[in-house]
Design a protein around this ligand. Structure first.
Ligand SMILES: [Zn+2]
Length: 145
């Protein structure tokens, strides 16, 4: 089922962690609405901006999946408001800079460990851009940029 012209519910719910643990990872109606808003307002315009497909590494996560990947308890992934993405041929850092310097109505954009970009949407956006890095004790430290 398509949520927008180029994004499907299936790719937003796909989770290797859920598959590995044999659990389902299905969005309810409210989470599906948030995922649709994310696709329509941020991911489709971003796809147009970069003129390439957007690879969804992780979209929706139910509470169990989110715990299994050590996600924050307040993660926007649980609400269907966030996706972790990559674009072939563009480094995560380049993608992060492109998004934060764009007029896309994102809520948060985070360069996570120079490995992927976390991007979220909600009706009233904070437009926060942050770097996530590990400190000496392997704790994640967020810095606003
Ligand atoms: Zn994320």
């Amino acid at each position: 089922m398509n949520l927008s012209p180029h994004f499907t519910l299936q790719e937003m719910e796909r989770s290797q962690t859920a598959i590995r643990h044999g659990i389902s990872n299905k969005a309810d109606a409210r989470q599906m609405k948030a995922l649709t808003d994310l696709c329509v307002n941020v991911l489709e315009p971003l796809r147009t901006l970069v003129n390439k497909s957007i690879n969804i590494q992780s979209g929706f996560r139910n509470s169990t999946v989110n715990s299994l990947v050590s996600g924050s308890s307040t993660s926007q992934h649980k609400k269907g408001e966030a996706a972790d993405i990559n674009v072939e041929g563009i480094t995560p850092s380049e993608l992060f800079d492109l998004i934060r310097n764009s007029s896309l109505p994102y809520d948060q954009v985070i360069d996570e460990f120079s490995s992927w970009v976390h991007i979220s949407y909600k009706p009233i956006q904070r437009r926060q851009a942050m770097l996530a890095r590990k400190d000496g004790q392997n704790r994640t430290v967020y810095t606003r940029v």
